[in-house]
Design a protein around this ligand. Structure first.
Ligand SMILES: *Cc1c(COP(=O)(O)O)cnc(C)c1O
Length: 455
């Protein structure tokens, strides 16, 4: 093993200059977002009050496959990109598998996750348009941390609604956001109508991304010169994240291999789309046989057990209706530690691709994700974010299948972030206090019935 290359990085001039917009190449385009009142398809202009204009245009762009990365953003990418592509020899050995396992290490970004890849352009486009304030929500705190830093870079004010459970479980993420100068409020809060309504109905509600999104949108709509930003789910976020897969494509070439399987954990779909779409391009255009696997938590299984339908992206119903796999916008996920995966729906691009059979989804139980995370830590030296551990668990399952069949498959997964600020979760796992959450068919059906009434 001594003479084998373990880590591939790209020189600065090889960092991609364009993002890849898979919508342009998709055979069946995602169906349009719909205005809940008029039931008419939404145009980019309809979203201008909420998001920076350039992001609205990117959101609905189904014609341009390549979108130029602004020079200002690319300059900031250079501080941490390319991220390394690493051959996981240690994990391969521990599993005694003939599979070749590679991971793209997005945990090396300044804030510790892939989220900065989209926070930088989102802050940049707001600044370029003359916006002064941005709002957002954050689940595990990763998106809030990334946006807090990105807004500081481009000189904007930042207000973050953090899901209450993670505000309490992950106090250091709050400190990180505050260190970058952001104003952080636990959600649900009494500072918005959406928050008040939810707290009145359920005073002990520990919050969800759906609720925090409602609060952040409400604040953006009511504050002058302010826009909302989202760290996942939307198509423009996945677009920015394709920098991951575009780099990985070049790096796999350096390694002289091409992935048979590409795997990522799944919250709203941005890190999955980020690593998968550039490779999926060759499945759509050139007929490559690559498999794509999204790994979601068993307690929030929108891809494996949800339904494809129009639903709101947030709890209060401020967003357009989106065609997606969903558990219902009223779904309250269990308090698992992978906070970034506690979201009821999936992005519209990924939803369409799943429906059309271009990708698969698996669900991972909480304890299995931590088993996988610890094995990865032992063998590769990186403590993964609880979200990323879902991708590792799915990778291990595939690598063990290769062991049975003797197949030397090439598996590439995305390490979306490190877990160094999630050690309370690891403490609970190590002391045996973590549990699996099961979800009955009745619970899922009950939520979805209410959504059916929207149509
Ligand atoms: C936010 C987050 C996720 C989930 O979001 P996606 O949009 O599905 O990628 C996964 N991993 C980490 C580390 C995160 O911060």
């Amino acid at each position: 093993m001594e003479n084998k290359t373990k880590r591939y990085i790209l020189p600065e001039n090889e960092i991609p200059k364009y993002w890849y917009n898979i919508q342009a190449d998709m055979v069946n385009k995602p169906m349009p977002p719909i205005h809940p009142g008029t039931k008419q398809p939404l145009k980019a202009e309809d979203l201008y009050p909420i998001f920076a204009e350039e992001l609205c245009k990117q959101e609905v762009n189904q014609t341009d496959a390549w979108i130029k990365i602004p020079e200002e953003v690319r300059e900031m990418y250079k501080y941490y990109r390319s991220t390394p592509l690493v051959r996981a020899y240690g994990l391969e050995k521990a599993l005694d598998t003939p599979a070749h396992i590679y991971f793209k290490n997005e945990s090396v970004s300044p804030v510790g996750s892939h989220k900065l890849n989209s926070a930088l352009p989102q802050a940049y486009y707001c600044k370029a348009q003359g916006i002064t304030n941005v709002t957002t929500e954050t689940g595990a705190g990763q998106w809030g941390a990334a946006l807090s830093y990105a807004t500081k870079v481009f000189g904007l004010e930042c207000a973050v609604y953090q899901v209450k459970i993670s505000y309490e479980q992950k106090p250091y993420r709050r400190s990180i956001m505050q260190t970058f100068g952001a104003q952080v409020t636990p959600s649900p809060s009494m500072s918005t109508r959406a928050g008040k309504d939810i707290l009145t109905a359920n005073p002990n509600y520990s919050g969800s991304l759906g609720t925090a999104i409602s609060e952040a949108i409400e604040l953006a709509l009511e504050t002058p010169n302010c826009r909302y930003t989202l760290g996942s789910v939307l198509s423009h976020v996945a677009l920015h994240q394709t920098i991951i897969g575009l780099e990985a494509e070049k790096q796999m070439e350096m390694a002289g291999e091409y992935p048979d399987i590409v795997i990522a954990c799944f919250g709203g779909g941005s890190n999955f789309g980020g690593i998968a779409f550039p490779f999926m391009r060759h499945k759509i255009l050139d007929g490559k046989k690559t498999r794509f696997i999204a790994a979601e938590p068993a307690s929030c299984p929108k891809l494996t057990r949800g339904k494809f339908m129009y639903d709101f992206g947030d709890e209060a119903g401020y967003t357009p209706l989106l065609p997606m796999y969903t558990l219902g916008h009223n779904f309250a996920p269990a308090n698992i530690h992978a906070g970034g995966l506690r979201y009821h729906g999936a992005g519209v691009i990924v939803s369409q691709l799943l429906k059309d059979g271009y990708m698969e989804a698996v669900d991972i139980k909480q304890l299995d994700s931590f088993d996988a995370g610890c094995l990865f830590a032992h063998t590769e030296g990186i403590i993964p974010a609880p979200e990323s551990s879902h991708a590792i668990a799915a990778t291990i399952n595939e690598a063990l299948k290769c062991k049975e069949t003797g197949e030397e498959k090439v598996i590439l997964f995305n390490l979306s972030g490190h877990g160094l600020i999630d050690m309370t979760a690891y403490d609970q796992y190590l002391s045996g206090d973590l549990v699996n959450y099961s979800l009955s068919e009745e619970e899922i059906a009950k939520n979805l019935e209410e959504i059916e009434k929207l149509k």
